[in-house]
Design a protein around this ligand. Structure first.
Ligand code: ADP
Ligand code: ADP
Length: 224
């Protein structure tokens, strides 16, 4: 698995140049996209997730032209946006079952097994009957990961997932993410250096729409 981004540029209609000639090679495993607020991280994540178009450049995922063949990308994508909303009155089990059903996964029995598996994985099984509106910030983020994992995606994008989590919630979230990286590409966008140092095998720093460096964590973090 390999995601290749070449010369990607995007200027919004208000004149803000959010991406300037961005080129990145993202291999399997956890990849950290580190940059301050306004750097262009969300724009890049939304573009990879096929939710937004670029002005120029290309993105390739294992031979798939991401900017053209959006459906093929969506079928293997798990996306956890920043500030995603949850239906406050629905419980976790019901919500995950709905998502699996919408994705056309299995029969009722298979979905029940999948939902239990995912809830165990994110450590929310005992809270599965609680309304999502009662969840803490850390529980919400872990539930978001469970949502993103429905359908066994090979590419997972998580946008600023640890913002607003306290240290113990953040650690639980780290443990969860580090288990997921195996046969997938996980792109973690964050402005928190510790997220990248703790979790990522490869990383890039982006600032004002430009890639400043890419390499291993610790290589260039003094530049941030
Ligand atoms: P696009 O260029 O992709 O079509 P839009 O022009 O539809 O984007 O964006 C609509 C408007 O939303 C922009 O003109 C801008 O004023 C506003 N906007 C939305 N999000 C932001 C943001 N994060 N920063 C600044 N402006 C924003
Ligand atoms: P980050 O995720 O790193 O905070 P963003 O991709 O959200 O960065 O934003 C990059 C730049 O583009 C910022 O200057 C932001 O205000 C601007 N921006 C983001 N979305 C829009 C939009 N829809 N319309 C206009 N400007 C936007």
């Amino acid at each position: 698995m390999q995601l290749t981004i070449q010369n990607l540029s995007k200027t919004y209609s208000n004149g803000v140049q959010a991406l300037r000639d961005v080129s990145l090679n993202i291999p399997q495993g956890m990849f950290g996209l580190l940059g301050p607020n306004g750097a262009g991280k969300s724009t890049l994540m939304r573009t990879i997730a096929t939710l937004q178009d670029a002005d120029s450049g290309s993105i390739t995922l294992d031979g798939i032209d991401v900017l053209q063949d959006k459906q093929a990308v969506r079928e293997c994508l798990g996306y956890l946006p920043q500030d995603f909303g949850l239906y406050p009155r629905i419980n976790a089990e019901t919500m995950l079952n709905h998502i699996a059903q919408m994705k056309g996964i299995g029969n009722a029995r298979e979905r029940k097994d999948l939902v239990s598996f995912l809830l165990n994985r994110v450590n929310l099984y005992k809270d599965r009957k609680k309304a999502l509106g009662t969840y803490s910030g850390g529980m919400r983020q872990r539930f978001g990961i469970a949502q993103a994992l429905v359908g066994s995606p090979r590419l997972i994008i998580v946008d600023e997932p640890t913002a607003g989590l306290d240290p113990s919630e953040r650690n639980r979230f780290y443990n969860l993410l580090s288990e997921i990286g195996e046969n997938t590409i996980v792109i973690l966008s964050t402005h928190i250096v510790e997220d990248v140092n703790t979790l990522c095998s490869n990383m890039a720093i982006i600032c004002m729409g430009e890639v400043l460096m890419q390499g291993k964590p610790h290589d260039g973090l003094a530049e941030v």
